[in-house]
Design a protein around this ligand. Structure first.
Ligand code: SF4
Ligand code: SF4
Length: 249
C-alpha cells in the first residue's frame, strides 16, 4: 500500500513538529553533556502551573524548562565548596551556552542560575526565581525521596541543578513516582530525627509530614563555620552511589 495516500497533511505537520522537537532536544543534550553536564531533561511548564516564581509571571511566554544536573561526588568526596567552586559555575556556564544556542535558533531562552537567590533566609529557607528541584522532577530526572531531595537513578540526591526556560519545541519527560521502596537510610542517618518515614507517590501532601524544617534548619545552621553543611541524608542514600551499581534498598 502507498502510505502517502493515507497519511493526511495534518499527520505530516504533526510528524515534522515531533521530529523538530526531538532534534532540538538531541542537540541541546549533546551540547550540555559536551560542556560537562551529567543529566538533562525537559519539563512541560503547564505541569508546573501554580508553582512559586519570581516574578510571578516568570513562566509567561515559555513552554518548557530545561533541567541540567551536575553530579557532586563524581570526583570522590564533596562538601559545600564543591557546590560553590565547581558545580554552580559549571551549571551556569552550561545554561548560558544553551541560551546562546536557543537564541541562534530564533527562540527565546532565559537562564535561571544555579545559585541566584531572591529570598535569603539561610541556611535552608531561601528561594530562587523557580524551584530547580520542581523543574527536574517534572522533567523526569528523578523522584522526590523520603529525604525530600530529588533522587536521580544515576547519582542519587548528590547533584546540583540549573534551569533554562524556553519556547523552543522540545520533548518533555515524564515525572517519576517515588521509588524509595522499603529504604529509610536517610531517615536513620539524620542525627536529630528531622525526617519521618512516610510513603507517598509523587510528593507528600504536607512537607511538614515528612521533614521538620525547623529542626533541620537549626542543625544546618549550628554547624561550626569551619565544617561543612549537614549532608547526612544526602550521603546515606544508596541510590546511584558509585559503589552501588544497581539500587539495592
Ligand atoms: S540535612 Fe541533616 S538535619 Fe536536615 S534532614 Fe538531612 S540529615 Fe537531617
Ligand atoms: S535514602 Fe532511601 S529512603 Fe532516603 S531518599 Fe534515598 S532511597 Fe529514598
Amino acid at each position: 500500500m502507498d502510505l502517502s495516500k493515507v497519511i493526511t497533511p495534518r499527520c505530516r505537520i504533526h510528524d515534522s513538529v515531533v521530529k523538530e522537537a526531538e532534534e532540538n532536544l538531541r542537540e541541546i543534550r549533546e551540547l550540555a553533556i559536551g560542556e560537562g553536564a551529567d543529566i538533562l531533561g525537559v519539563a512541560g511548564l503547564k505541569d508546573l502551573k501554580g508553582i512559586y516564581t519570581f516574578p510571578p509571571d516568570l513562566l509567561s511566554g515559555f513552554r518548557f524548562g530545561i533541567s541540567i544536573g551536575v553530579g557532586l561526588d563524581k570526583h570522590g568526596s564533596f562538601d559545600d565548596s564543591t557546590e560553590d567552586e565547581f558545580a554552580f559555575p559549571l551549571l551556569n556556564k552550561i545554561a548560558e551556552r544553551i541560551c546562546d544556542h536557543v537564541h541562534r535558533r530564533g527562540y527565546k531562552a532565559k537562564r535561571i542560575a544555579a545559585d541566584e537567590r531572591v529570598e535569603e533566609h539561610p541556611p535552608l529557607r531561601w528561594r530562587g526565581d523557580i524551584s530547580h528541584k520542581a523543574v527536574a522532577k517534572s522533567a523526569g530526572l528523578g523522584w522526590i525521596g523520603r529525604s525530600m531531595l530529588l533522587v536521580t537513578p544515576e547519582m542519587g540526591p548528590r547533584i546540583c541543578l540549573a534551569t533554562v526556560l524556553t519556547d523552543m519545541p522540545l520533548v518533555p519527560g515524564v515525572p517519576m513516582r517515588n521509588d524509595c521502596g522499603t529504604c529509610s537510610a536517610c531517615v536513620s542517618a539524620c542525627p536529630i530525627g528531622s525526617l519521618r518515614k512516610r510513603t507517598f507517590e509523587y510528593h507528600p501532601e504536607l512537607l511538614e509530614d515528612v521533614l521538620d524544617v525547623d529542626s533541620c534548619d537549626t542543625r544546618v545552621e549550628a554547624r561550626p563555620k569551619e565544617t561543612v553543611l549537614c549532608y547526612e541524608c544526602m550521603l546515606a542514600c544508596p541510590v546511584g552511589k558509585r559503589d552501588h551499581k544497581t539500587k539495592k534498598v
